[in-house]
Design a binder for this molecule. Structure first.
Ligand code: HEC
Ligand code: HEC
Ligand code: HEC
Ligand code: HEC
Ligand code: HEC
Ligand code: HEC
Ligand code: HEC
Ligand code: HEC
Ligand code: HEC
Length: 418
């Protein structure tokens, strides 16, 4: 009885311990809870404040807004009469307000050993920062991307800048044609991205290796897209494609003519899954987007396509033959390894295309042709062995039948005699 009684008080004391403690030592919070209650519309400040990363670290209202958090029940003393109170924080003040701590390495290191303190500096180099400095406050400021009075760690999946949420956060402005009207830039980035190879991988298959907007544009440096510079980004993930392409003669032409690098052929927001037809001279050729009548381009595309296509033909012949042998009950596990090698060679050859050098591409494909050869001869041998065995079986059964007949006739002749 006594124990439950004590436990009851213990639990009562425990449950509101976090808010109560802070409410009672923080005049801003204790009064603003009531301000919130009287608020009919609009976002109430305290709704998510107890989940704010700053509150969790022991920081509070006055650390951002200034004012005197010890002046209980005295609005004027807490706010307007205090020299440090900032009053209304306008959008253009945010980088400075947030930067007070986030640009101060020695302050930030008290909380975390490894913490970046370059956000504000980076921000000023972005198109957002540059336009804000010119006096346009429709660009993204800190709280547009991170939220307000409920700012979460970026690793928290509920943060507006966590991997899967970034595209939605950027598109709030960038897909809003009315909001963006004065800026005269397209507002189709999200629409295109959503159905691209990257967008479907990130948003539908939840593959966090695929880039969100910030992986190409930077978190705070949101680059003014300068094709030559921003498309270097593709190479941070597609390393082999980039290395091969940069060595190629096409790269030189693309760079001279400022056609971008990867984006010149693949675009950037609406990248589709490439097919082998891209390198053919068919309707689906990407080369023909720029070259309708260039014989050299046609010749190069065709020779690259032929290598890939030949390897694909060999691949399907090999698969058919190995399947056939397997269905007839032959042991083909060694040959399955060869099929896997052809498959790998096909993948590597598609990447090797980016050298735009037929000799090199042929060399990479060679591993596949060799494996195909082994698989095809192996499967043929297995079938031949099977036929041989069947022939042997036929002969053996013929001999046995013959012997049976002979024995039968012998027995019969004894019977007849007997
Ligand atoms: C005794 C109650 C009380 C206390 C204590 C108090 N506030 Fe306020 N605060 C208010 C009320 C009421 C308003 C709304 C005033 C209005 O709309 O004119 C307000 C408005 C604000 C605003 C908006 C200012 C603006 O100009 O738009 C900020 C920011 C603010 N408070 C922060 C703080 C901070 C930080 C503290 C602690 C240092 C604090 N308040 C302490 C009652 C209080
Ligand atoms: C991490 C910094 C930070 C903390 C902590 C913080 N605020 Fe704010 N607050 C801001 C910024 C920035 C704005 C201006 C947002 C904008 O652009 O409208 C703001 C706006 C406000 C406003 C103006 C109304 C509005 O919603 O725009 C009030 C009132 C306010 N804060 C009160 C508080 C109170 C009370 C607390 C503590 C419970 C608090 N703030 C904690 C950064 C902070
Ligand atoms: C255009 C959107 C955007 C704006 C504006 C923005 N941020 Fe960020 N912020 C991000 C993204 C995206 C990340 C990284 C998320 C990740 O690491 O996956 C980030 C990360 C952070 C981090 C975690 C440490 C780091 O650098 O990775 C801090 C702190 C931060 N931002 C503060 C700020 C401050 C302060 C401002 C205002 C000067 C600001 N941010 C403006 C999008 C933005
Ligand atoms: C009084 C100092 C201070 C101010 C002002 C401040 N912050 Fe912070 N902020 C911190 C501290 C301390 C942390 C916790 C750092 C940690 O543990 O990684 C933090 C964490 C963050 C994080 C999470 C970082 C991560 O690693 O995931 C973001 C995002 C952030 N702040 C954004 C803002 C924004 C936006 C503003 C302005 C509206 C702001 N901060 C103002 C001190 C401050
Ligand atoms: C609050 C609205 C808003 C949000 C949120 C926002 N932006 Fe912006 N952004 C703008 C405005 C306005 C411009 C200025 C347009 C211009 O360049 O003239 C801009 C410019 C840009 C530019 C430069 C475009 C150019 O070529 O001029 C890039 C890149 C960009 N934003 C990327 C992003 C990314 C990535 C995110 C999300 C992480 C994001 N933005 C979030 C409003 C926003
Ligand atoms: C795979 C990399 C990549 C991803 C992911 C990406 N972008 Fe871009 N983005 C680019 C490139 C490259 C350009 C530069 C085009 C130029 O300079 O002409 C660009 C240009 C832009 C521009 C300038 C206007 C325009 O459309 O050309 C804006 C705004 C923009 N991106 C926003 C976004 C937003 C918002 C997202 C997420 C929904 C996003 N980007 C995702 C690579 C990317
Ligand atoms: C942050 C890493 C990253 C960046 C940056 C990046 N990609 Fe990707 N990309 C991926 C991943 C991961 C996939 C695989 C998605 C999937 O599972 O389908 C992919 C898929 C692709 C594919 C389809 C490949 C296939 O066989 O289906 C193409 C083409 C592509 N990216 C081109 C680009 C281009 C062009 C750029 C630059 C404008 C770029 N990528 C930037 C990570 C990245
Ligand atoms: C001159 C045109 C052209 C340029 C420039 C180009 N590609 Fe490709 N890319 C192609 C063609 C054609 C294919 C299809 C090959 C196939 O499937 O047979 C392809 C296929 C791909 C694939 C899928 C095959 C694989 O390697 O996994 C990726 C990923 C890719 N490209 C990335 C890039 C990147 C990254 C860059 C920039 C470094 C780039 N591409 C530059 C034409 C180009
Ligand atoms: C974005 C446009 C663009 C795309 C896509 C493109 N090229 Fe080109 N390419 C050019 C330009 C521009 C030149 C310079 C010569 C010219 O004006 O025709 C060139 C030159 C060439 C040359 C040298 C031709 C000569 O006359 O010396 C070859 C070969 C070539 N490209 C092959 C290809 C192949 C193969 C593809 C597809 C995989 C391709 N290109 C895709 C724009 C493009």
């Amino acid at each position: 009885m006594r124990v439950t009684f004590l436990l009851f008080f213990f639990l009562i004391g425990l449950s509101p311990v976090f808010p109560l403690q802070s409410d009672s030592k923080d005049a801003c919070i204790s009064c603003h809870i009531t301000v919130d209650e009287d608020l009919d519309e609009g976002e109430k400040i305290m709704t998510h404040f107890y989940e704010d990363v700053h509150f969790e670290k022991g920081l509070s209202c006055a650390d951002c807004h200034g004012g005197d958090p010890t002046a209980f029940d005295d609005e004027d003393a807490a706010m307007t009469d205090s020299d440090s109170f900032l009053g209304e924080i306008t959008r253009d003040m945010e980088p400075e307000v947030c930067g007070k701590c986030h640009s101060d390495p020695s302050f930030m290191r008290q909380y975390t050993a490894h913490v970046k303190t370059d956000q504000v500096e980076q921000y000023w180099t972005s198109m957002h920062g540059m336009k804000l400095k010119e006096g346009n406050d429709k660009v993204a400021v800190c709280t547009d991307c991170h939220g307000l009075h409920g700012i979460r760690a970026v690793s928290d999946t509920r943060s507006p800048v966590s991997d899967f949420n970034v595209p939605g956060t950027c598109s709030r402005c960038h897909s809003d044609a009315n909001y963006m009207a004065e800026f005269k830039i397209p507002t189709d980035q999200y629409k295109k991205y959503k159905t691209s190879v990257h967008g479907t991988a990130l948003l539908e298959r939840r593959d966090s290796a695929a880039p969100a907007c910030n992986d190409c544009h930077g978190n705070h440096g949101a680059q003014p897209p300068n094709i030559a510079h921003i498309s270097d980004i593709c190479g941070t993930c597609h390393v082999n494609n980039m290395n091969l392409f940069q060595e190629s003669h096409i790269a030189e032409i693309f760079s001279k003519r400022q056609l971008g690098q990867c984006a010149g052929c693949h675009n950037y927001h609406d990248i589709v899954k490439p097919t082998d037809e891209f390198i053919s001279w068919s309707d689906k050729s990407i080369c023909r987007q720029c070259h309708e009548n260039n014989e050299k381009a046609k010749e190069l595309a065709t020779s690259l396509y032929n290598i890939i296509n030949n390897l694909k033909v060999q691949n399907s012949v090999a698969i058919d033959k190995v399947d056939n042998a397997e269905q007839k009950g032959m042991e083909v596990s060694d040959l399955q390894y060869e099929l896997e090698d052809i498959h790998q060679a096909l993948i590597q050859t598609r990447t090797a295309i980016h050298s735009f050098n037929p000799e090199y591409v042929q060399k990479v494909a060679e591993k596949g042709f060799k494996a195909a050869n082994i698989a095809i001869t192996g499967a043929d041998d297995a079938i031949r062995e099977l036929l041989f065995r069947r022939k042997g079986l036929f002969v053996a059964s013929l001999i046995i039948s013959f012997l049976v007949v002979v024995v039968y006739l012998q027995i019969k002749s004894y019977d007849d005699k007997g």
